[in-house]
Structure formats: C-alpha cells, structure tokens
Write a protein that binds this ligand. Structure first.
Ligand SMILES: O=C(O)CCC(=O)C(=O)O
Length: 206
C-alpha cells in the first residue's frame, strides 16, 4: 500500500491533515515524453460544457473520462460515461499499480494546450469516490503550477508539477482542501494530466 513506498522518496507537504505525496521522477524523462505523445494520440478528447455558477460554459481545457465500463462519474451537474481504456493509459495504470500497490478503475485525462487552459478551485469529493479517495495524478509535458488551499480559503501553497511526476492525494485531502491549476501568461508547453481514481460502482445508478 502507499505507506510502503512513500517514506523515503516523497516530499510530503507540511499541510496539517492533508496527505499529499509528491514523486518528481515517477517516470524518467524519455519515458514521460513517449507517454505524452502516445496518450495524446490515443485519447478521444472533448471539451464538455459544465454548469458554473448557474451558467453552461465550455471547460477551459480538453478532457476525456476513461475507465471500466461501470465507472460512471458525475461532476458539475454532468454525467460522464467512460471511454474504453487505451493501450498507453493502461500501461501507465500498470506502472502505478507496481509503484503504489493500488488498482484504479478510471482516470480523468486533462489536456492543457497552452497557458490559457486551466482548472478552477475544486475538491475531488464526489460521492462515487467514497469518503477518503486516493487520487494518483500523473503529469506529462510542460511543467505547470498547482495550488492547494484550505476549503475555508486563505493562503494557497504552490507546487510545480514536473514532467513525469506523480502526486498522490489521499486521507482527508479532498475533504479539507481544494486545488486548482491556474492560467499563466508565461509561455508553457502543452501538458497532460491524468488523475487515476477508483469509482465505487454502487453509486452508478443515480
Ligand atoms: O491538472 C492538474 O494537475 C489538476 C487536475 C485536477 O485537479 C483534477 O483532475 O481534478
């Protein structure tokens, strides 16, 4: 389980009660570059509309919900049926299994084409993820800043998610904290992020 691999390598953040573990070199650079191309080519990218403050808006990034056929996911008042696993994403899932001992049944892929693409403040706390979800976030391509803050607001902490890195969020991290990937005016390379999750099938019927 996670504790087995985390102790020596992880830079664990000093956020009280958040259990976040960062592995900057989860994938060596050449392998991360190969995965970037293969995953980008293989996924069926969409730009869904979501409800934000009562308005339907296009998400400011491309995304793809992928996983086992019963891993239906609902967020921002929208239901996402999974696309079938593609070979490169399955391979990444196998790497994660070997590294963490965990099997994930689904993944949200996000494609940030440039610095205008972003993700707003949120917690991954949908009920189909269960009470204390383990979320394994793999970054490929250009480095971007990731922010995290207490749900009550206040000062945020930043982490630059490097190419080939893995960030594991677990414990009370989603209950107590929010995270986001802000826009940037700096020139940045395209980036893919894959957040592997375990959707509980018993919630799929509603
Ligand atoms: O792109 C990232 O690093 C963040 C992705 C994210 O917050 C999510 O998928 O919930």
């Amino acid at each position: 389980m996670l504790e087995l691999f985390a102790a020596e390598n992880a830079d664990q953040w000093a956020l009280p009660l958040a259990d976040l573990r960062y592995f900057p070199t989860f994938l060596p650079s050449a392998q991360a570059q190969r995965f970037f191309e293969a995953v980008r080519e293989s996924a069926c990218w969409q730009q869904p509309e979501i409800t934000l403050f009562g308005r339907r808006v296009l998400t400011p990034r491309l995304s793809c919900w992928m996983g086992d056929s019963d891993a239906v996911y609902r967020y921002s008042n929208t239901t996402f049926n999974p696309e079938p696993w593609t070979q490169p994403v399955l391979e990444l899932r196998e790497h994660l299994h070997a590294f963490t001992g965990r099997r994930f049944n689904s993944v949200l892929l996000n494609y940030y084409r440039d610095g205008n693409d972003a993700m707003g403040w949120h917690s991954d706390d949908e009920r189909e993820l269960g009470a204390n979800p383990v979320i394994a976030s793999v970054s490929l391509g250009g480095e971007r800043r990731f922010l995290i803050r207490n749900r009550q607001g206040g000062k945020s902490m930043a982490l630059c998610l490097a190419e080939g890195s893995l960030l594991v969020m677990q414990g009370d991290s989603q209950k107590l904290y929010q995270h986001c990937l802000p826009r940037t005016a700096k020139p940045v390379a395209a980036r893919l992020n894959l957040t592997f999750r375990s959707v509980l099938p018993r919630h799929n019927d509603s």
